[in-house]
Design a protein around this ligand. Sequence first.
Ligand SMILES: [Zn+2]
Length: 65
Amino acid sequence: MTRWAWGVSTYYTGRLHVLVPRTPNGVCGLPVQQIYPHRPPAPPLCPECALELVARLFPASQGPA
Ligand SMILES: [Zn+2]
């Protein structure tokens, strides 16, 4: 089971990114420097990470809907 982590880039601190642990980038691809094991209350989620996380948690079906 994947254990997600959270991170903030020091270059742009306005968004919280989603991380696969032991990787230096958010799932959106942006490098992060500050990493948290649990989701902090701020800043708001990176929209690109949110979309990518949903796609990873709910993979597209191979068959008809
Ligand atoms: Zn992101």
